[in-house]
Design a binder for this molecule. Sequence first.
Ligand SMILES: Cc1cc2nc3c(=O)[nH]c(=O)nc-3n(C[C@H](O)[C@H](O)[C@H](O)COP(=O)(O)OP(=O)(O)OC[C@H]3O[C@@H](n4cnc5c(N)ncnc54)[C@H](O)[C@@H]3O)c2cc1C
Ligand code: SF4
Ligand code: SF4
Ligand code: SF4
Length: 445
Amino acid sequence: MSAERPVDILLRTVVETGLCTRCGTCVGACPAGVLSIRDPMGDCLPEAGDGCTSCGLCLAACPGAQLAFEPFERELFGEAASHGLLGVVRSAWIAHASDPGVRRGGASGGVVTALLLDSMRRGETGGAAVFAPHESEPWRGWGRIARSEDEIRAAAQSRYHLSPLNTVLGEAASSGLPLAYAGLPCQIHGLRRLERAGWKPRSPVRPVIGVYCGNNLYFAGTAAVMRKLGVKRLDGVERIAYREGEWPGSFTVRTSDGRARSVPKLHFNQAIPFYVNRRCLFCVDLASELADLSVGDGWMKEGIGGGWSVVLLRSEAGERAFREAIASNAVAAEEISVEDAARMHAHAFDLKKHGAFLRLGLWRRFGCAVPLYDRPAPREPAGRRAAEIFVSAQFALASSRCGRLLFAALPLGATGRLFAAIRSLWMRRASRDAGRGRSRRSRGA
Ligand SMILES: Cc1cc2nc3c(=O)[nH]c(=O)nc-3n(C[C@H](O)[C@H](O)[C@H](O)COP(=O)(O)OP(=O)(O)OC[C@H]3O[C@@H](n4cnc5c(N)ncnc54)[C@H](O)[C@@H]3O)c2cc1C
Ligand code: SF4
Ligand code: SF4
Ligand code: SF4
């Protein structure tokens, strides 16, 4: 009997078990071009064709089934201590692009775009690996190497649908260009694992900029919200922006008849329980802990006008890129405490650093495949454990066929307002609980 090939092990243990994050690393890693992404607007899963040489890179690079953070932290950031929520942090900042157009065009403060542009202008990079609008299907994103300022600007904004960005790594390796990179935590997990497996691009990929990620959705979530806005067909869609206009922005669909239809970004979030990628429920990395520097929404400035991003500097390369961008006036920034950076995302850390670990335990008990991490699960009070049973049941029911039919019938505006209200309540509670935890810890110290 012939031995199972690494790619077959990958498909059997990751793809078929529901552990695929859709990062695209296996596709970008394969030197023989065997793998591709099937149906990007549907399940968006890798599939294998002919020609496998059994080199094993796809399996070695895949972050879907397991990830040990600590060895990477040591290798990338030295012996610095890891903050329980944020990962290794040298310093934390609140920032925005200095150019008002870049700032307004970004998802939060336009910092990622400003950093990519600045490193290109200074000649450090010749482009960047980004998740930009697809060339012939502009309603969805796709990984590409942006080689000009216009292409980097066109990639600004967040695209909240399954994103196999790392399919672009094959092209990145052979391009010979020194490239920057912007991606989600799981995409960076894949990139780091690939580097460790011996992947050698002709020029370095640096800095690796991580955007925060709470979760990601099937493209069907975008399509369902569009239908509620009265856009039934994709072929008349000229542009979709998930964060257009004044921060935090609106999900806006522009069609060829010149119409723009939109709903506030925080109302778009109502699609999350119905269309979230189940693998995201088990993801414990919000703040892109293996990036050179990480960028998320700067919620501590919510309500004061203009878009703001929170920035965490982790490695020497990340620190250099950020400080150079300040020096060349590409980015305006003020330093904040690491605790302030953690507090403004207390609700999202509740999801990822408490809820995700509880879900991992719960779903494992029901015999489901779940990913393995080297992060310890925190001890949770009985109330939090009980709440998670309710939350997990709600995710399971909402993403069922009946749940999605219900979603189609719910009124967009009223449900959106309800979701926005739940979010602010959750933010306040999580921030208060985090404060209590801190004061308990300091009394115990
Ligand atoms: C799926 C998803 C979930 C997120 N969840 C959170 C969250 O819970 N909390 C939070 O604070 N922030 C979250 N973010 C990050 C946030 O939306 C902004 O991307 C971040 O604040 C940076 O904003 P900016 O204005 O500085 O970046 P911009 O200047 O707008 O640049 C954004 C960059 O992100 C890249 N990008 C966009 N979409 C994707 C994608 N799907 N995959 C990979 N790269 C992409 C683009 O290539 C672009 O270069 C999420 C982003 C995504 C894509
Ligand atoms: S050639 Fe290597 S990377 Fe490609 S599918 Fe086969 S084992 Fe995976
Ligand atoms: S490398 Fe990424 S896309 Fe490929 S199977 Fe693993 S998680 Fe899925
Ligand atoms: S939640 Fe985690 S697994 Fe899901 S898209 Fe974000 S980084 Fe990837």
